[in-house]
Unconditional design. Structure first.
Length: 135
């Protein structure tokens, strides 16, 4: 069910032999995210359950969910970019059908994130899925 952009990301990760290179790539993805306007960094967009500060601003328009996000931790910003790539272009009804564990497992993230980062990633996914379900 993954979108073409996510498939490209999977191919990039397969090309990168070593986890350190993959880790750097995730960081680069985060650095490439557009800055989130300060006005959107409010308690309603803050994601609880993350060790670092994380904000996700999620909108639904014409049946599609889009979001922007930012974190004060560079690796978490990269994880936000990965999630944006994973969910980009999906209809709201398709968001909950994505097997996130399996898809992120294709990147090798499951075994290379600390438990705190994994918990934060789950909290971000939960926010996206909950928003889609309530739309």
């Amino acid at each position: 069910m993954a979108q073409a952009d996510f498939e490209d990301l999977v191919e990039t990760f397969e090309f990168l032999d070593d986890w350190e290179d993959r880790y750097r790539h995730v960081i680069d993805l985060g650095k490439a995210l557009p800055d989130m306007p300060e006005a959107l960094k409010v308690s309603a967009t803050k994601v609880d359950g993350c060790a670092s500060q994380v904000w996700l601003h999620i909108t639904v328009e014409d049946g599609f969910l889009t979001f922007i996000g930012e974190s004060d931790a560079i690796i978490v910003s990269g994880l936000i970019a990965v999630l944006i790539t994973l969910y980009s272009g999906l209809k709201v009804a398709e968001i909950g059908k994505v097997d996130v564990v399996s898809e992120l497992g294709r990147l090798g993230l499951n075994e290379h994130l600390s438990s705190q980062r994994s918990n934060g990633l789950r909290a971000m996914v939960a926010r996206v899925v909950e928003t889609a379900a309530s739309a």
